[in-house]
Design a protein around this ligand. Structure first.
Ligand SMILES: CC(C)(COP(=O)(O)OP(=O)(O)OC[C@H]1O[C@@H](n2cnc3c(N)ncnc32)[C@H](O)[C@@H]1OP(=O)(O)O)[C@@H](O)C(=O)NCCC(=O)NCCS
Length: 180
């Protein structure tokens, strides 16, 4: 296990996660504001998880934490972190299965990852979110992220224009909030 919280285990993905992972990634509501292709077949899910298994949580590039609920041992979703070389900056993303939203699990997982990243020297973390994705924006603001900028983008997979909002959080602000 990589990170432990009151209700959750954040760990590497494992082969047994394939069905649950494919199911929430294939849910149109979960995928609505994400750039991935869906539905995701079990075969493609397996390929993705094998790729995730090769990545390093402490190194540069993307790492995906599998988020498991301790109470029932089920996979709830994931938190993705993209570290820049040097480890001072990172981007974060998150997804939960639809029936696991609304319990504070995503906030609990993201806070735990932030604590870990800041402990390892991270100075700034950013997150991008579609302007229509209110649940995601609510989560970011709840944690302490601040709105930074907005830009229009064309999402090729969905063949639509939208605005993406960029949010950021500094390590200094996070440390004050985390103590408080
Ligand atoms: C974005 C996403 C992860 C947010 O999930 P979430 O469950 O709403 O987020 P949180 O963990 O912060 O939970 C907060 C909600 O749980 C409720 N809650 C219930 N019990 C709680 C508890 N014990 N502790 C904290 N919150 C609790 C809160 O009141 C809040 O509800 P509200 O937003 O209706 O006010 C989720 O909507 C998702 O996976 N969306 C699809 C993927 C996606 O778009 N990802 C973001 C891309 S930028």
């Amino acid at each position: 296990m990589l990170i432990d919280t009151a209700r959750l285990r954040l760990r590497r993905f494992q082969p047994a996660d394939i069905p649950a992972f494919a199911a929430y990634r294939s849910d149109p509501e979960v995928a609505r504001y994400q750039e991935w292709d869906f539905p995701l077949s079990l075969e493609s899910a397996g390929r993705l998880l094998r790729r995730y298994a090769r990545s390093d949580p402490a190194g540069p590039g993307w790492f995906q934490y599998a988020v498991e609920l301790k109470a029932d041992g089920c996979l709830l979703g994931d938190v993705a972190v993209h570290r820049q070389p040097g480890g001072g900056e990172a981007e974060i993303g998150f997804s939960l299965a639809r029936d696991r939203q609304g319990h504070g699990y995503a906030s609990e997982a993201v806070r735990a990852v932030l604590r870990d990243l800041v402990g390892a020297g991270l100075r700034t973390v950013s997150a991008e979110c579609d302007v229509r994705n209110q649940r995601s924006a609510r989560l970011l603001k709840r944690i302490g992220f601040e709105f930074e900028s907005q830009r229009a983008v064309f999402i090729r997979g969905k063949r639509e224009w939208t605005d993406l909002q960029m949010f950021t959080l500094s390590a200094e602000k996070w440390e004050v909030l985390d103590k408080g």
